[in-house]
Design a protein around this ligand. Structure first.
Ligand SMILES: [Fe+2]
Length: 292
């Protein structure tokens, strides 16, 4: 119904969650685009109707949380078919999901769980991404996860694994800058080196989300960062975002806030800050280039 009407914007959009749906329909705020989780709408006909209305006026990105490309038991084709129906209806600018697994043999878990980065997993994920892209009839963006544990059996870094998936499937990447910062803290790697290792041309979208700090019970005095999407973006993540924008160039960026959801105006404020940070990062880059 909206085919061809909307183009991808490099300005910052916001995640549209159910508590803000009616407000957005009524007030039509000046937001460049929205991202939605299709799973919030598939069993909620009223919400789906409101989303269809919003999709007439705004570009929409569809961010799946239940497709589970990492499931050893395979892709749930009936769920993928339901997502396809919604995607065909609202014609999103982007469709994405996570490098993770969240289902097994028909059971849906409420978490995005980690994967070993080895050859066997690579083949499984490549097969599943092919299946998802065929099933949706459009490209799929794969998002880097937030990490708390790793596998001793991994033979590749996460960046190497993602790059292999891109080469094998033609998928693109959704670079969650907050996840890189958080995972770097939790797993002990340099988040700037991670950003520098990603293949630039494959980055189709950036995410920014808030995290919470918790004490690491196994290591007194140390802290874990938990990807709660329940707070403002932290200062070190803004710095890493500026670095990512300088490396990747302008990319559609999204503010994710899924728990303790604030007033809609707070999301708009965070999006405005993202636009300002990106503009300043690019301006500084141009000035450096001119100065030689
Ligand atoms: Fe994200």
């Amino acid at each position: 119904m909206t085919a061809g009407l909307h183009r991808v914007s490099a300005r910052c959009g916001v995640g549209l969650r159910l508590p803000h749906l009616a407000e957005v329909v009524a007030s039509r705020p000046p937001v460049p685009w929205f991202e939605v989780h299709p799973e919030n709408f598939l069993a909620n006909p009223h919400a789906a109707e409101l989303l269809t209305t919003i999709a007439c006026d705004y570009p929409i990105s569809v961010h799946t949380v239940g497709v589970s490309i990492g499931s050893a038991s395979g892709i749930d084709r009936s769920h993928l078919g339901r997502v396809r129906t919604l995607v065909d209806d609202i014609d999103p600018i982007l469709v994405s999901g996570h490098l993770a697994w969240s289902t097994h043999a028909g059971d849906y878990l409420n978490d995005l769980l980690p994967l070993p980065y080895d050859h066997e997993t690579l083949l499984l994920l490549a097969r599943h991404i092919d299946e998802v892209q065929d099933g949706l009839g459009r490209p799929y963006l794969v998002e880097n996860p937030s990490s708390y544990v790793g596998f001793g059996t991994s033979t590749m870094t996460e960046v190497e694994f993602l790059s292999e998936l891109v080469d094998r499937t033609g998928c693109r990447l959704l670079c969650d800058v907050s996840n890189i910062y958080l995972s770097g803290h939790n797993m002990g790697f340099d988040p700037y080196a991670y950003v520098d290792g990603l293949p630039i041309e494959t980055i189709g979208e950036l995410h920014l989300g808030g995290f919470t700090v918790e004490e690491d019970e196994s290591n007194p005095g140390a802290e874990f960062l938990i990807d709660t999407h329940s707070a403002r973006i932290s200062e070190p993540v803004w710095d890493l975002y500026a670095h990512a924008v300088r490396r990747f160039g302008p990319r559609p960026t999204l503010i994710e806030w899924d728990n303790e959801i604030p007033l809609f105006a707070t999301l708009v404020g965070e999006a405005a800050r993202a636009d300002a940070v990106a503009a300043q990062a690019l301006d500084r880059q141009v000035r450096h280039a001119i100065a030689g």
